[in-house]
Design a protein around this ligand. Structure first.
Ligand SMILES: *Cc1c(COP(=O)(O)O)cnc(C)c1O
Length: 379
């Protein structure tokens, strides 16, 4: 008979680990992941080997799956991002990185002689993915807002106008949440009379914020993009990393056909795929809906405004981009950085005011920065 409990020493390890995680979560302010979620009603599904192997739209003989729910999730995101009602395709990924890899993969299959342009502040995983896909690429300068330097982009595309441009854009860069002006980029390409091009949009965080803010810039399929990636564990929140990728269906069909030739419809990057995360996303979407997410986005932005003011009160120059929940400030001292799990890059640090970040957390952080600056220990 198998024992249903672990030895006491292993139980203790689990208890200690739980304590550790719980403690760390109290100062979790440096990363764009919401901690405000509750999927308890879904726990019963964890008792099954759920697997959404392969294409979410293709039938599978592996029937312990949640593909129907996954398709509803994708449809919701398609509507949110103004994809053509019948002309989109997508799936639930294991995070923003996979969605970006997918967009680049599609672009490479469509434009074999393409040249990838991406800005200096693009997520670190992208240069690795470009190596993985062996795609020729050029890094473009960034403006101080984190946006791509449009003039540098224009000049660089112009010089290489014999190669179809594949432009990797950001709707919310990692460090400063800079939002690229996608309509400006598309008109740039038209101005250069370039017939073939591809635009992918990395909207890891911004893709779940911009749609809920009045007067936000146009960025999605309505701006003529070819594919986009949004993280699920960031704004929506999930104990398991996840995300979605959406692309023009006609692009995916071209790839699918070539793979059908070798006998399968293997359209996704991984074979076995998580069937639990689509369920989490579906649950959050049904629970909050557009209105709920709108309230959340407004609340997060209000907290970000509060943080900028709190920093300014102690004489620290902090700023944020419009529509952004990322507050940028000079890199704090090590003790503060460590306690608050603050991500730094060069001379700057940032906090991200996700749903679980309270004003009292900000007050405590600001007090810690003030104390550390006059040499008092940070508790
Ligand atoms: C977080 C992030 C990614 C990577 O997403 P994961 O979900 O962590 O894989 C990519 N791009 C940007 C701008 C991000 O902020």
């Amino acid at each position: 008979m198998a024992m249903d409990t672990l030895p006491a020493s292993d139980q203790r390890r689990l208890d200690e680990l739980y304590e550790y995680i719980d403690t760390q979560s109290k100062t979790f302010i440096g990363y764009p992941c919401s901690q405000q979620f509750d999927y308890t009603p879904l726990f019963r599904f964890l008792n099954y080997p759920i697997n959404n192997v392969g294409d979410p739209y293709a039938p599978s003989s592996y029937r312990v799956n949640t593909k129907e729910i996954e398709r509803e999730v994708i449809q919701w995101f398609a509507e949110l991002t103004h994809a053509d009602e019948k002309g989109y395709w997508g799936y639930v990924t294991n995070g923003g990185t996979e969605g970006n890899l997918y967009g680049l993969y599609l672009a490479r299959e469509l434009l074999a002689s393409g040249m990838v342009y991406y800005s200096e502040h693009t997520h670190y995983s992208v240069s690795k993915n470009l190596r993985l896909l062996q795609m020729p690429n050029i890094m473009i300068r960034t403006l101080s807002s984190g946006e791509i330097d449009y003039e540098d982009l224009y000049e660089t595309i112009r010089i290489h106008r014999d190669r179809p441009p594949i432009i990797f854009t950001n709707v919310g860069t990692t460090m400063q949440q800079g939002v690229d002006d996608i309509p400006r980029i598309t008109s740039m390409v038209h101005e250069l009379a370039i017939p073939q091009f591809y635009i992918h949009c990395d909207a890891a965080l911004g893709g779940m914020i911009l749609p809920f803010i009045a007067n936000a810039p146009t960025w999605d399929f309505s701006a003529g993009i070819d594919s986009l990636s949004i993280s699920g564990h960031k704004f929506i929140g999930s104990p398991i990393p996840c995300g979605i990728v959406l692309a023009q269906k006609r692009h995916v069909d071209r790839i699918a056909r070539s793979i059908e030739y070798v006998g399968t419809l293997d359209t996704t990057i991984t074979g076995s795929r998580n069937g639990i995360t689509p369920l989490f996303l579906w649950y959050a979407i049904r629970k909050y809906g557009i209105e709920g997410f709108r309230r959340m986005a407004q609340q997060c932005i209000a907290t970000a405004e509060y943080a900028v003011e709190a920093f300014e009160r102690i004489g620290i120059q902090a700023w944020r981009n419009p529509f952004s929940v990322t507050v940028v400030f000079p890199k704090p001292l090590d003790t503060v950085q460590k306690k608050w799990q603050i991500a730094v890059q060069g001379q700057i640090g940032h906090i991200i005011t996700m749903q679980h970040v309270t004003r009292s957390m900000i007050d405590e952080l600001v007090a810690d920065i003030e104390a550390a600056s006059v040499g008092e220990p940070v508790k």
